[in-house]
Ligand binder design. Structure first.
Ligand SMILES: C=C1C[C@]23C[C@@]1(O)CC[C@H]2[C@@]12CC[C@H](O)[C@@](C)(C(=O)O1)[C@H]2[C@@H]3C(=O)O
Ligand SMILES: O=C(O)CCC(=O)C(=O)O
Ligand SMILES: [Fe+2]
Length: 430
């Protein structure tokens, strides 16, 4: 983890709990694999929560502890050593920046593909490699068993209809080690909690998660409230991913989850994400469509649906659509003004200017949160996205004069918040 020159809360997103915690939050479903009824418990949990805990899983504790200690050793190496593993593109060592969308979190991680020998580039990688291989093989077996039980529970055949996707040699499964160092600013912060890993759903079929005994993981319930998942280092947690949601035509919902940073203890999690082969077509399974039920999802090829692959997002049509809308707006305002339309006249007086050819506009209204705090994450993220999609001529519109002044002061050389430093760095890129 990089040493920060300013408190973490200035650089990282934080969340306020929008809803007061329920007095008796529902308990996370526990599925005991040694019980005969476990497949039905799994189906119920996947329908209600998209999430459950597995006990009596059969993964040897020795593989788990061995990987935990190797990973702890890896993350305690100097940054320069860890970076030798390569930047996450998408595989490698990453620090604070998660994925291609400019998300940031109080986390460092190692993202690996499961079908290639990992490039660990550390001084003595052999022990780490063996620990990873043993752990991954055992967890893959567990995931396969779970998916076969799910197929049984759904009464679909053959029972490997789901598991065969992740067992395929070409399966695009990934493995991730996340390390969340203690974040001292969590206690001091009146703003809420510092985000370790921002809210998201996992795009794969299922994810098999194990962590040390540090809390932080939260899942979102159907009513939008968040509940904390009590850590249990002896068990595994299963997330329903987006692909399984699609394949079950929405009967299962992928679970929205996030991780909050802890003030004193570090959290280490290891997750096996079971993905299908790249060329696999993902669509609702016909055998799960009852009667005249309609398909709720369009078929997509996993390669193109991988939300973390920036090449799979068609930015050009999005940008040209924006430009087209801009021209249509302008034409409507001009026509409205000529017809004496009051609103259009006001818009015109507001000197709404049409952008020059090849320019884009970033609107960051709402980037400021709360009356006291100025938290320019919107500007930072917008700039980062604009940069990563190749936009070089950008007009930035902010709805706060204070925000504008702070950035202008920093541009003139006066240091303020650390995140503004990053904003200025992006503005100065050529
Ligand atoms: C914040 C993000 C990281 C992620 C891509 C995303 O924009 C949203 C999904 C994230 C996730 C979660 C599961 C896996 O860790 C991952 C590799 C994936 O397939 O989707 C990550 C993405 C990532 O780190 O690139
Ligand atoms: O670290 C955790 O506990 C969860 C992280 C996560 O959701 C992810 O890596 O996709
Ligand atoms: Fe996740």
């Amino acid at each position: 983890m990089v040493i920060l020159s300013k408190p973490a809360i200035e650089q990282f997103s934080y969340v306020r709990n929008k809803q007061p915690a329920a007095l008796f939050p529902p308990l996370i479903p526990i599925v005991d694999l040694s019980e005969p009824d476990s497949k039905h418990q799994m189906i119920k949990a996947c329908e209600e929560f998209g999430f459950f805990k597995v006990i009596n899983h059969g993964v040897p504790m020795e593989f788990i502890s061995r990987l935990e200690s190797e990973a702890t050793e890896f993350f305690s190496l100097p940054l320069s050593e860890k970076e030798k593993t390569g930047q996450p593109k998408p595989y490698g060592y990453g620090n604070r920046r998660i994925g291609p969308n400019g998300d940031v979190g109080w986390v460092e991680y190692l993202l690996l593909t499961t079908n290639q020998d990992p490039n660990l580039a550390t001084e003595n990688p052999d022990g780490f490699r063996v620990a990873l291989n043993n752990y991954m093989a055992a967890v893959k077996k567990l995931a396969c068993e779970i998916l076969e039980m799910v197929a049984d529970g759904l009464k679909i055949q053959p029972r490997n209809v789901l598991s065969k996707l992740m067992m395929d040699e070409q399966s695009d499964s990934v493995f991730r080690l996340n390390h969340y160092p203690p974040c001292p600013d969590v206690v001091q912060s009146s703003n809420g909690n510092v985000i370790g890993f921002g809210e998201h759903t996992d795009p794969q079929i299922i994810s098999v998660l194990r962590s040390n005994n540090t809390s932080g993981l939260q899942i979102s319930l159907r009513d939008g409230s968040w509940i904390s998942v009590p850590p249990d280092h002896h068990s595994f947690f299963i997330n329903v991913g987006d692909s399984l949601q699609v394949m079950t035509n929405g009967r299962f919902k992928s679970v929205k989850h996030r991780v909050l940073a802890n003030s004193v203890k570090s959290r280490l999690s290891m997750i096996y994400f079971c993905g299908p082969p790249m060329s696999e077509k993902i669509a609702p399974l016909p055998c799960l469509m009852r009667g005249d039920q309609q398909s709720l999802y369009k078929e997509f090829t996993w390669r193109n649906g991988r939300i973390f692959d920036p090449d799979c997002t068609c930015w050009k049509p999005i940008l040209s659509h924006g430009k087209r809308l801009q021209q249509e707006c302008r034409a409507a305002i001009v026509a409205g003004s000529q017809a004496g339309n009051e609103a259009a006249l006001l818009w015109n007086q507001n000197r709404w200017k049409r952008l020059l050819e090849d320019w884009c506009k970033l609107n960051t209204d709402g980037a400021v949160r709360g009356s006291q705090a100025w938290h320019p994450v919107g500007i930072y993220e917008g700039l980062l996205t604009a940069w990563s999609v190749g936009v070089r001529n950008l007009v930035i519109e902010v709805d706060s004069l204070k925000a504008l002044r702070i950035v202008q002061q920093d541009l003139a050389g006066q240091r303020s918040l650390a995140i503004v430093f990053y904003i200025v760095e992006l503005l100065n890129r050529s």
